[in-house]
Design a protein around this ligand. Structure first.
Ligand SMILES: [Zn+2]
Length: 114
């Protein structure tokens, strides 16, 4: 996307992924794994059960034992691919603006609206 302010590019990338989308991780230690988007953040997405970081937590008093807890960390937009619900393949997204309607997402492989 040439000649566009960086901020705008980022916003557009964020729009490509939405909560409850099925995605596949294309890079990093969880490469090849698939999951569902739980939340979309400014710098990536949270996918349930993937890209976990282990945090060592101290005991916070009686009844609250410490230990290792696993928290999901955001996965960068560049490391994920959307899985098209129609053709079940990791795909890239393009946008289609229809007159009088909101922008819709299109699968670049099967041209289905997502
Ligand atoms: Zn498709």
């Amino acid at each position: 996307m040439p000649h566009l302010p960086k901020k705008f590019c980022k916003t557009l990338t964020m729009l490509k992924f939405q909560k409850n989308d099925q995605i596949k991780i294309t890079a990093g230690k969880d490469k090849g794994k698939a999951g569902k988007i739980d939340a979309v953040l400014g710098n990536g997405v949270i996918v349930g059960g993937l890209n976990l970081a282990t945090r060592h937590q101290k005991s916070a008093g009686e009844g609250k034992p410490g230990g290792r807890i696993q928290i999901p960390k955001p996965i960068g937009f560049g490391k994920i691919a959307l899985i098209c619900p129609k053709c079940s393949k990791p795909t890239r997204i393009s946008f289609l603006s229809e007159k009088g309607a909101a922008k819709v997402r299109i699968c670049r492989k099967c041209k289905a609206k997502i």
